[in-house]
Design a protein around this ligand. Sequence first.
Ligand code: FNR
Length: 245
Amino acid sequence: MTHGPAAAAGRSRVMITLGREPPGSRARFELLWVGKGIPGKEFRRESGRERNSGVKVLVFAGSMRAASLNKRLAKVAAGALARAGAEVDLADFREFEVPLYDGDLETASGVPAGAQALASRLQRAGSLCLVTPEYNHSIPGTVKNAIDWLSRIRPSPLANVPALVMSASPGLAGGSRAAWAVKVPLELLGMLVYPGIFTLAQANQRFGPDGGLKDDDLAERLEKLCEDFVRYATALDPIRAARPA
Ligand code: FNR
């Protein structure tokens, strides 16, 4: 696990080896990351043998689009969370499709199947990474609508669930206003929202052909945030376990 010719030549190289031991034992991760050979900017991370944190994260982007930038970021985040020791359930928002909230519909037929599916996936995971697009300086109506349906379920599938928020946009603000906005209903509903966020500005230019982030500094920041979130969710485990009915 050392520098090869690519690193010596100052080229960017990422090598991730994921090995699994027999069922029941802990997953092993080895990560070597050699950054760009820019003077003063080289970085190298080796997490060594890792680490099944016991944290499981449901990851999805709040976009329906097949070519969604937020979906691409969600995939990158899923990889970073896995390297940080989390078990990851990467979902597509379309799996949780719901009608517009309607009190009469709720009275007639209850909470729709898409919201029930989202609630059970979330409960099975125990924590959430939500990557939201930004529409008109806030969250898309689809995301808010899903949250509204979730809020009708008892016991609450959101209470005491750790959550990490990210956003991506072609704009210069990276969807940051949506990322902040989504914290309001999530916190109101009792989620334990991690204070840090990851926002990806000019997201349409940020992904390389392998689907990863082209910029080493951004990639490094995302890795660090995911590591911090996994530690945070681990520390909150006793609170998670004491979910109110
Ligand atoms: C946008 N977009 C956008 N972007 C932004 O940075 N700030 C904004 O306020 C808005 N507003 C907005 C409103 C509506 C109705 C649409 C359709 C789009 C652009 C948006 O960020 C862009 O389309 C993203 O690519 C959407 O996310 P996905 O689908 O690529 O994940």
